[in-house]
Design a protein around this ligand. Sequence first.
Ligand code: EPU
Length: 401
Amino acid sequence: MSGAKNAALPILASSLLAEGKSIYRNVPALGDVRTMGRLLARLGAEIGEKPAGTMTVDTARITELEAPYELVKTMRASVLVLGPLCARHGRARVSLPGGCAIGARPIDQHLKGLAAMGARIELEHGYVNARARRLRGATIVFDVVTVTGTENLMMAAALAKGRTALENAAREPEVEELARVLNKMGAKIRGAGTSLITIDGVDELHPIEHSVIPDRIEAGTLLVAGAITRGNVLLRDCLPEHLDAIIAKLRAAGAEVAADGDGIRVRGKADLKPTDISTQPFPGFPTDMQAQMVAVCSVADGASVITDTIYLDRFTHVPELRRLGADIQLERNTAIVKGVDRLQGAPVMATDIRASAALVIAALVAEGETCISRIYHLDRGYEHLEQKLAALGARIERTSP
Ligand code: EPU
């Protein structure tokens, strides 16, 4: 497995909290990671990308404090520079993310938290302007569980004066990983991985070396690929404890999934069973695996009901899967998937990172050839997925650069 995209992005942003050169390893070569590199470079950081898998960020000369629209609109995680810039430089101007393929995705919780920590927040011309001479600790209760919101405020609080309590915080492994990184930098954070995170602000943080945790969503996607093809796939370098909800659903669908040495092995069975899913914040079933499970259920023996409670509009894969012959009805944020005997290859279009993974998975079992266009969406979040699948026996190739 490659390094985790959603861990690497906040970790790269956290480099802004210290002055000097941080070295990150096991950084996946992904579109979104390159976008974060471009953003940090734009702020004045010096970025090194050698050897492969290593990224160095030198923040000795930060000259700009703005995340411009053209970068935020291609990657919403750009908003992760808001907390660090505000905390260390007292000021940040970050474009407001607009809508995106998976829904509205507001950042009101990030802004509410910064305001509670004493930042003056103004919205003008599509940008958030945040200012604070020094942020101060506060008790913040999130109205919704937000991953990047928790990460942004945890980074801001690390350099604030006094104690911050983040209540109803996200418990995702990527939040825990960021807390590990911040603590290595000298922060005082307790409770990450639970819904109450306490941060005692310090005056200064220092650069570090760190190796990023493996990507649980990439692992889940490959487990699903193994299950749908009735394959036998061993995943190495993954952390099974991050995959409990995904493994439980694959087992319910009839796949055999078991620990195997330092990895996980999936063995697909002849008949896939239907399974109902409702996405939830961690440790529940992740929204980032919803599209891939819709693909699996589209060839199961019966009807499955799959609800996304996190992103109500995250179903752009459904019309494309229907082009492959899937029988899926959408009722608001619920997909009713009636398994069909076989899917048929067809030209389809990728619309977001996980939707494109779902199309690849369906195409693996569709009769004949499927041609997926706009795979830059796939490349935003999966490192050489076609090579990993080809190594497992899939007939898959990249036909344009
Ligand atoms: N929300 C608000 N207000 C906010 C923030 C969030 O209402 O201020 C809502 C969102 O609209 C959504 C819910 O809260 O309904 C959860 O959103 P969250 O903020 O947790 O999402 P995110 O932090 O923007 C991260 C991942 C996503 C993943 C979600 C949910 C990163 C860089 N991105 O996004 O990953 O789907 O958490 O787990 O960590 C992906 O990798 O394909 C991806 C989209």
